[in-house]
Design a protein around this ligand. Structure first.
Ligand SMILES: O=c1ccn([C@H]2C[C@H](O)[C@@H](COP(=O)(O)O)O2)c(=O)[nH]1
Length: 421
């Protein structure tokens, strides 16, 4: 094969160029414009920005139909230097507040909650016109009293007293949540009674029988309750078959003062046993206590005497019933509670009662009323707005005599049905 001369090499080069140009032309002919223009763009990227004008530029612009973009080429790219690794503590990254585990921790993928209640379209009838409305779904935070007849009436009252021209539009009305209470009802307005000012009698809400799904009407519930109360108050029925409650149950005061006395029976004080019972506004016992030695101070070792050297008397050591009751509380606090105590609280207990937020003291004995401790207590209670009253028993005697309880026939237990029949 003859060695190519310099001339013939040039010819080959030109031929190659020609071939390339032909290729490009073919590409264009095949409408693959992008391939061609990209190649040109690549070449253009190597050209300095200032020189990107002229024929190539306009040719590219023509082919692309827009300004050529150079940003993805060479000099626009940031250098591929290794960046610093993230500074994260070891372990699950979800513990970091900024790493929301739903996105970052695939091991326990949790999907965000779907809509609690998708809005549904309801077919409602309003003022003899049929409409469709999309009720707003209930939102948390605002309590809606579904069964409140008061809401029902106040809403109707507003409607009744509203002058005609100021009445809200029907469309707006139908889409408000309270309308749900009305959606299956037809309103009957007694104009005579309404004009007479008796709004509560003027309006009746009657279930619409044309709509299949009807809520339990309030009137039915009231009728059922009335029937219950009638049967409960029926006379002449023997105990057991009657549904009426027992009459001689003990009062709250009796119960709580008895409880205070009952717990006082735990006291080891040979002279005075005091019990205290704290009750909240719902008549629930939230704390009880009696006078005794502190935990860890053995009541067989510590003195119970009252005389002699002061360190040899109980007064130095004993915890009073009121203090123990407050400290034994099983609720967050005893604010607005009342305390039942056998003995009027001393000045130290009065301070604890006031500071803990107790609002009432019910006592039985005021045997120390002349002592300065008791006088000081009363002065403080009055200044702090804590009321006190003497307990007046409704039952002079409340006895629990276990020996007299007939376990086989406890009257407070229901009779078991006979299983043999
Ligand atoms: O508010 C009070 C006052 C007294 N006590 C306790 C403390 C003692 O154990 C006795 C009182 O003994 P006396 O011999 O009657 O002086 O009562 C209390 O718990 N709360």
């Amino acid at each position: 094969m003859p060695r190519p001369t310099q001339h013939s090499q040039k010819a080959v080069d030109y031929a190659n160029l020609e071939t390339g140009a032909t290729f490009h032309r073919q590409v264009i002919c095949k409408c693959n414009i992008l391939v061609y223009t990209r190649e040109m763009q690549c070449n253009l990227a190597n050209v300095e920005k200032s020189k990107r004008v002229g024929l190539v530029y306009y040719w590219m612009k023509f082919l692309l139909g827009r300004e050529p973009i150079y940003s993805r080429y060479k000099e626009q790219l940031s250098p591929l230097t290794p960046t610093e690794p993230p500074s994260l503590p070891p372990g699950t990254h979800s513990v970091l507040a900024c790493n929301y585990y739903y996105e970052r921790d695939g091991r326990r993928e949790v999907k965000p909650p779907v809509g609690i209640r998708p809005p549904d379209v309801r077919h409602v009838k309003f003022r003899r016109r049929e409409t469709y409305c999309v009720p707003r779904a209930p939102t948390p935070g605002k309590v809606f009293f579904w069964d409140s007849y008061v809401t029902h009436l106040s809403r109707l009252d507003r409607r009744v007293h509203c002058p005609r021209e100021e009445e809200p539009k029907e469309e707006e009305e139908t889409c408000k949540p309270p309308f749900w209470r009305f959606e299956y009802s037809v309103l009957h307005i007694n104009r005579e009674k309404m004009e007479a000012g008796d709004a509560s009698q003027s309006i009746q809400c009657v279930p619409d029988s044309s709509v299949p799904e009807v809520r339990e009407p309030r009137a039915n519930l009231e009728a059922a309750l009335q029937a219950l109360s009638v049967s409960a108050s029926r006379e002449g029925e023997s105990a057991g078959s009657s549904s009426a409650p027992r009459a001689n149950y003990i009062s709250w005061d009796d119960l709580f003062m008895s409880s205070a006395f009952l717990i006082a029976m735990r006291s080891k004080d040979p002279v005075t046993q005091v019990g205290a019972c704290i009750v909240n506004e719902e008549n629930k016992i939230v704390g009880m206590g009696y006078n005794g030695m502190p935990i860890g101070c053995d009541d067989k070792v510590f003195p119970w005497g009252k005389t002699g050297e002061v360190l040899q008397t109980k007064f130095m050591y004993v915890c009073h019933a009121e203090m123990n009751a407050v400290l034994n509380k099983n609720s967050a606090d005893v604010k607005k509670c009342r305390i039942y105590v056998g003995l009027f609280p001393c000045n130290e207990c009065a301070k604890i009662i006031i500071q803990s937020g107790i609002k009432e003291v019910i006592f039985l004995s005021d045997k120390n009323k002349t002592k300065p401790e008791t006088v000081a207590s009363k002065i403080m209670f009055e200044a702090a707005g804590v009321t006190y009253r003497r307990y007046v028993p409704k039952n002079s005697k409340i006895t629990i005599d276990f020996s007299k309880i007939d376990w086989g026939n406890m009257s407070q237990l229901p009779t078991s049905p006979d299983k043999s029949t």
